[in-house]
Design a protein around this ligand. Structure first.
Ligand code: PLP
Length: 373
């Protein structure tokens, strides 16, 4: 099997699967709460320290969630915006994030504006510098979108927004584990990510960095019992106001342990040293009669394309018949950019450090057969 779908979910290393299996076996043998107690140090401290080290944040400012979307909505749905406040999104916004912002607009009367791009498809940074002002309350940038491999200049955008009112959010779901992440260098107040993709954790894992000033500005929704206590029938106290106060207490112990093992494993490999394979993937696709969906000037290990007559589904299935995992993507997952171009479906191939030049060449031969090229 050749796995060119890390943008869907990366392959879990054995250490990740084993950490989860050990936990499940222990839960069966000794009980789930007893198992949680056994792993307390990892669950309460170690995993947070590892997330924090990965993104360059203090451990108190990171939280664990069961998906990147959960991480996002636990913050964004609680933003305290006023009618007329502006929210900027990029055309590469992920649909799940956009829906939560549209719901926020219904609730608060905020206005959503799309940041324009230059002719290359890169975000127009000059426009941002010229238009940022005290009305802009929230800016959302998808670092690397799931449907096309552009890498948005999140640190430069952070510098443009520095000193302005806006809370700056980076969706790092497709970038974390693929390119270095540093919330201090990005200057963001929120960064969300998933564990299952380029970090190679299990499904059902995600995280957020939430800066203290953003946490303090959120509307209270509720607090769960790992951080708060009902000290009388009519009152409660919050005993931990770290980013963990955004979590819910219940979670799958095995998933957290698998995520912790994935982060540990990530620190032992050269996850970011894969440029040759990215380039080979693009070079291979350039030889084929396909339309690349590839805006911008900086690209990553995610490449998408479509063919004039062979459907994305047929191409994905043809690859699968040859033992190669690619993915059919839907334009409405990146609705602004794809919608403007009338792209309903496309094929996405994504490579990580574990993919080889030979695998890319094999995918090229398979695609040539499928497309009759
Ligand atoms: C760019 C981007 N953001 C957010 C998400 C949502 O992640 P999750 O499915 O973990 O909620 C995805 C999922 O593919 C994504 O590609």
């Amino acid at each position: 099997m050749i796995h060119l779908n890390t943008a869907g979910a990366g392959l879990m290393p054995d250490v990740v699967a084993n950490a989860m299996l050990d936990c499940l076996h222990r839960e069966v043998e000794y009980g789930a709460y007893e198992t949680e107690l056994h792993y307390e140090k990892i669950l309460q401290q170690e995993v947070y320290k590892r997330i924090a080290a990965l993104v360059g944040a203090p451990a108190d400012d990171v939280a664990f969630f069961d998906s990147a979307t959960r991480a996002w909505v636990r913050v964004v749905s609680r933003l305290d915006l006023k009618p007329g406040d502006k929210v900027w999104v990029s055309p590469y916004e992920y649909a799940g994030n956009l829906i939560s912002l549209l719901a926020l607009r219904e609730r608060t009367g905020c206005v959503i504006e799309t940041i324009p791009t230059t002719t290359t498809g890169d975000l127009d940074l000059e426009w941002m510098s010229a238009h940022v002002n005290g009305d802009v309350a929230f800016v959302s940038i998808t670092h690397i979108p799931s449907g096309c491999g552009i890498v948005n200049p999140v640190a430069e955008i952070g510098r443009i927004l520095a000193g302005h009112r806006a809370f700056y959010a980076v969706d790092a779901c497709q970038s974390v584990g693929q390119v270095p992440i540093d919330v201090a260098a990005f200057g963001c107040a929120l960064l969300t990510g998933a564990g299952r993709k380029f970090l190679r954790g299990a499904r059902g894992t995600g995280f957020a960095y939430v800066a203290p000033e953003l946490r303090a500005a959120l509307q209270v929704e509720t607090y769960d019992l790992h951080v708060a206590r009902a000290d009388s029938p009519t009152s409660y106290v919050v005993e931990d106001d770290s980013a963990r106060s955004l979590e819910l207490a219940e979670r799958t112990t095995a998933a957290v342990l698998g995520f912790n093992a994935a982060l540990d494993y990530m620190s032992t490999v050269d996850a970011y040293g894969n440029r040759e394979v990215y380039q080979a993937l693009r070079g291979m696709l350039a030889e084929l009669p396909v339309e690349m969906i590839e805006p911008g000037t900086v690209h990553s290990g995610i490449a998408s394309f479509r063919h004039a007559t062979v459907s994305a589904e047929r191409i994905r299935d043809g690859l699968a018949e040859r033992g190669i995992n690619g993915w059919k993507i839907h334009g409405d997952h990146t609705p602004i950019y794809m919608g403007e171009r009338g792209i309903d479906t496309a094929v996405r191939l994504s490579v990580h450090y574990y993919n080889t030049l030979d695998e890319v060449a094999a995918a090229g031969r398979a695609l040539a057969e499928i497309l009759g090229a």
